[in-house]
Design a protein around this ligand. Structure first.
Ligand SMILES: [Zn+2]
Length: 253
């Protein structure tokens, strides 16, 4: 499995929020970077044309006025694109990036997000006619309203933001939902680890992240020619963030 990561994502002064806190990416890479089963690949930044697949020109210009922020966000979108391109070959990929993107809609963003990384990656594959349909699972504690808005007019793109107050029903909801999907061209996962028991979502355990990874791997095998990728969204409880990401990746690979 490939991990898309660039040292640039260690930079924390591009913004001042929960996703940009110092040490957050170190907490993840310090754990998954040591795994020999994972190959680290350096992403390239997305170009403006790619970003415009999901966002309006005035919004992109507004982000551009802050060079640091645009640079980081373009790298994050580029990592998502590369993860999706690797997934097309049947090899799983996880893009360990920031800023996250699932609260970024076509012309605005909130919740630490800048560009809709998942939307850009999927729309690029669609534009290149590599896919016609997709499934997105977003297991962040917060609904991926940006991803939903960006992909709204794409009827063959199915999005699930599970909601349950305990982990058993949460996982059951994912199982029941994907059971009904006969096939899709690719599976994208918005991996938000703030749904962790000790994070703001107070729902999932480390083992649950592993189980969700396995579920998506099995779903990809049955219905998507093994094509699957994931990108980092939230996750703010740093002491356990690395092991939670590792658990998901181990299930997913
Ligand atoms: Zn979140």
């Amino acid at each position: 499995m490939k991990i898309l990561f660039h040292d640039k994502f260690y930079e924390s002064d591009y913004a001042d929020n929960g996703a940009s806190v110092p040490g957050r990416l170190e907490a993840i890479m310090g754990v998954i970077g040591r795994e020999s089963a994972f190959e680290i690949v350096r992403p390239q930044p997305a170009n403006e044309e790619d970003v415009l697949l999901a966002h309006t020109p005035p919004y992109v210009d507004a982000v551009k006025s802050n060079h640091r922020l645009y640079d980081m966000a373009a790298f994050a979108a580029g990592a998502a694109i590369m993860a999706a391109e690797i997934a097309i070959t049947g090899e799983p990929a996880f893009a360990c990036l920031r800023p996250p993107g699932h609260h970024a809609d076509r012309e605005s963003a909130w919740g630490y997000c800048v560009f809709c990384n998942m939307g850009i990656a999927l729309l690029k594959l669609k534009q290149q006619r590599k896919i016609e349909s997709a499934f997105v699972l977003d297991f962040d504690a917060h609904t991926g309203d940006g991803t939903k808005a960006v992909l709204l007019n794409w009827k063959e793109c199915i999005i699930l933001n599970p909601y349950a107050d305990n982990s058993q029903s949460y996982i059951q909801e994912i199982q029941n939902f994907v059971k009904e999907i006969p096939s899709v061209d690719i599976i994208g996962v918005c991996a938000g680890f703030d749904s962790y028991q000790k994070d703001v979502g107070r729902t999932l355990s480390t083992f649950d992240f592993y189980v969700i990874g396995v579920l998506m791997k099995k779903f990809a095998k049955r219905a998507a020619s093994h094509r699957r990728f994931a990108i980092l969204e939230g996750g703010y409880y740093l002491p356990d963030l690395g092991k939670n990401v590792l658990a998901f990746c181990q299930g997913f690979e």
